[in-house]
Design a protein. Sequence first.
Length: 128
Amino acid sequence: MTPIVRKPTPAELTILSVLWERGPSTVRQIHESFDDSTGYTTILKTLQIMSAKGLVRRDESQRAHVYHALHPQEEIQSHLVVNLLDGAFGGSAAKLVMQALSTRPASSAELDEIRGLLENLQERADVG
């Protein structure tokens, strides 16, 4: 796995989301996931940039080139969160979480999941 050197733009994240959901895909298959306002050539050019940035790999062995995400979704998300945490929240995970939950409230199921995560983290802190 190559290291993430440059963070993906919002447009690149949208394309990565398609690749994470669908798996390796051609430009046409990716384009089908977008609304009609996003042109085929725009997606192709974005994929070429993403390839140069090390975000995707292009398989040229077939007539229609197939693009693969080079990093799993969790790795990209972790990279983005660390950058956001350090840049906007002074490294404070608590400030990030409080801002996220006050900006966009979590569902009951998400709150249960967060509680479970917090309990596991507390247990590990108590043991360590």
